[in-house]
Design a protein around this ligand. Sequence first.
Ligand code: TXA
Ligand code: MG
Length: 316
Amino acid sequence: MNETKTLRLNADAAGIAQAVDIWQHGGLVALPTETVYGLAADARDDTAVARIYEAKGRPSFNPLIVHVPDMAAAMTYCDFNDDARMLAQAFWPGALTLVLPIKPDAGVSKLVTAGLSTLAIRVPDHALARDALTAFGGPIAAPSANPSGRISPTTADHVMAGLEGRIDAVIDGGACPVGVESTIVSCVGEPVLLRAGGVPAEALAACLGRPLLQSDDPNTPQSPGQLASHYAPVGAVRLNATDVREGETLLGFGNVAADLNLSKSGDLVEAAARLFDCLHQLDQMGAARIAVSPIPNTGLGAAINDRLQRAAAPRD
Ligand code: TXA
Ligand code: MG
């Protein structure tokens, strides 16, 4: 593809106006959300959505999340059952993506859904993202703003490191407070957890009054994005490391002597917020072999371990 000059836009009204102008002309603008930076384009514009896939080098079978400013907008694109309504009311705006039946007249590009009859949709809890969505006034498709299969970006610098020259602009809104992607729940029938993320599964279960069904099988067609090897730093990853072997760099958790530490105090919220930045730093340090301390699998630990297991999965 042709090399594009990637603008760095300010996180203010002028920056939002420039982003809206680029979206209206079919361009790509990366923007911060509370989870990670998204690579955003007009979800109704086939060419713009195709550019997202091209810029990311993403396999075309992997559908995208649509972002809207509020519940009312979401209801114009999707059918909500009672569970979906309850979850949306409890967790939107926030790090929860719902997979719902798409309305026939939604007007969203088929490239967004990759041909499925469902749409993944969420209302982000980030003032700048919300203002930009409101100013644009249409559905915005946005996967994480990283080359496919690489670490998700939580700063504008991460976006630039992966996609500079391939996208029109990035709005620099600082670091993303949550730091892992949204939790994805299918509410087509009985709620199914498709991806652990920023909203812990325990909180969803408490809201619904019953546990969610699990979709653990990485090959399940219900969550096409859940490829086994994903979120990968350059170095090989060894999990649950209680020792450090010759040539390894330790990514620690808790009170351990480590090259980098996700959270010295063992705080899972802090660890989630730092996870992708630490993986980016390990790339920059040239770490060839990465050992990672054990991380408890409760709360946000489930999302952290999910991402780390993908980073450690055998690669083709
Ligand atoms: O926090 C997030 O969710 C970020 C920010 C930018 O919102 N976005 C994000 O998007 O992580 P992405 O494209 O990296 O991951 C979206 C996931 C993929 O695994 C994809 O397969 C799944 O959502 N997905 C999208 N549409 C789906 C659908 N209709 N049914 C099942 N899974 C779907
Ligand atoms: Mg992603």
